[in-house]
Design a protein around this ligand. Structure first.
Ligand code: SAM
Length: 342
């Protein structure tokens, strides 16, 4: 890794993380584990992914140290993901340590919800305020099929638990895949009428050698939206500043909202403000690029904070301007989402 001093501005502050295209990086998605308690057919190969050894995975203290070092560069938000973040013991401890970092404004979690009922209170007490739950079907039998044996009951209990302890907004992420769950788009939208859920419909991306992806399997935003509009017109709803991609919409009188995250039909690379940190300490400039910076080596070499910051500066400057999915160009090694951290 090249050593690069971060620049200082006139006020002596460390200059922010800006990439070559002028985008400001302020958001880090942190995968805390490569392990998962589900085997979603479109995300993981059936045999799972090669597990990293315990020693290779960043310790919570290492994650916290990296985040603390980079907040002066303008990092304001982190999201914990995986694998399944809640399978890693002591996740609320990490949340608590991150919450204590001055300048970090937003800490969120993406989970499949299987263990959420058990951890909702502890996470809330630790300072977590935002949770996204991944749920691709509302049908128990189909849930078992998609997740290869998972039960939907614990997810529904998890959603109830996070509402009970006061999390808001409550986001549900559903990847829409043709022939798998595209017939449920209207059911998810109907759910928002009486329940305050914000359902985000995500286009299926070609990640990993899982063989389920094809251009035909992608349900474009336009089609998903049409299925919802068959229930009634969509009205613009206030979109949270933290939202990625699409604006929020509401069916008339609905308590919740819907939104569309459409990396293929409406790419949002121009507004991308994130880096990713894999569980074993690789900093990834882009989900769809194989470039990475070995942050773990820097952390374990006993380097001072300016070297940690230099690793982030290097990763930010390696962000490609845009993905080329529409031209059929994907990540060369097609690393599964579960290995990078979705
Ligand atoms: N286990 C956690 C969960 O289920 O939310 C976090 C990790 S999971 C990899 C994060 C998100 O990535 C999930 O919402 C999952 O549906 C999504 N995902 C996985 N593979 C995807 C793909 N090929 N295209 C779009 N989204 C995908």
């Amino acid at each position: 890794m090249r050593r690069r001093e971060e620049e200082k501005g006139d006020d002596g502050m460390v200059a922010g993380l800006r990439d070559g295209a002028g985008r400001v990086v302020e958001y880090l998605r942190i995968s805390v584990t490569d392990r998962c308690n589900l085997r979603c057919r479109y995300c993981m190969p059936p045999e799972g992914i090669a597990r990293k050894s315990h020693h290779d995975i960043l310790r919570y203290e290492e994650i916290v140290r990296a985040v603390r070092a980079v907040v002066p560069l303008g990092l304001t938000r982190v999201r914990l993901t995986g694998g399944e973040p809640l399978v890693r013991p002591g996740l609320p401890d990490l949340v608590r340590m991150l919450c204590a970092i001055q300048g970090l404004r937003d800490i969120a979690l993406t989970t499949n919800g299987q263990l959420l009922a058990q951890y909702a209170r502890e996470l809330r007490d630790a300072g977590l305020r935002r949770v996204n739950v991944s749920l691709d079907t509302l049908q128990a039998g189909r849930y078992r099929e998609i997740t290869v044996g998972g039960e939907i009951g614990p997810v529904l209990e998890g959603l109830a638990a996070v509402r009970e302890v006061g999390f808001s907004p409550l986001k549900i992420n559903a990847v829409v895949i043709r022939g798998m769950n595209d017939d449920e788009v209207a059911d998810f939208a109907r759910l928002t009428i009486d329940e305050p859920y914000d359902v985000r419909f995500i286009e299926f991306m070609p990640m990993g050698e899982i063989g389920l992806w094809s251009p035909e399997a992608v349900v474009p935003e336009e089609e998903t939206r049409a299925a919802i509009e068959a229930l009634g017109p969509l009205e613009p709803a206030p979109t949270p500043a933290t939202s990625r991609g699409g604006e929020a919409w509401r069916l008339r009188g609905a308590k919740g909202t819907v939104a569309f995250i459409s990396p293929i039909s409406r790419p949002f690379c121009g507004a991308c403000n994130r880096l990713r940190l894999t569980a074993d300490g690789e900093l990834r400039p882009c989900l769809l690029s194989d470039r990475s910076v070995d942050l773990r080596a820097v952390l374990r070499a006993g380097a001072c904070d300016s070297y940690v910051r230099a690793a982030f500066v290097e990763a930010a400057s390696a962000k490609p301007a845009a993905h080329r999915l529409r031209e059929g160009v994907t990540c060369p090694t097609r690393t599964p989402m579960a290995a990078i951290g979705g």
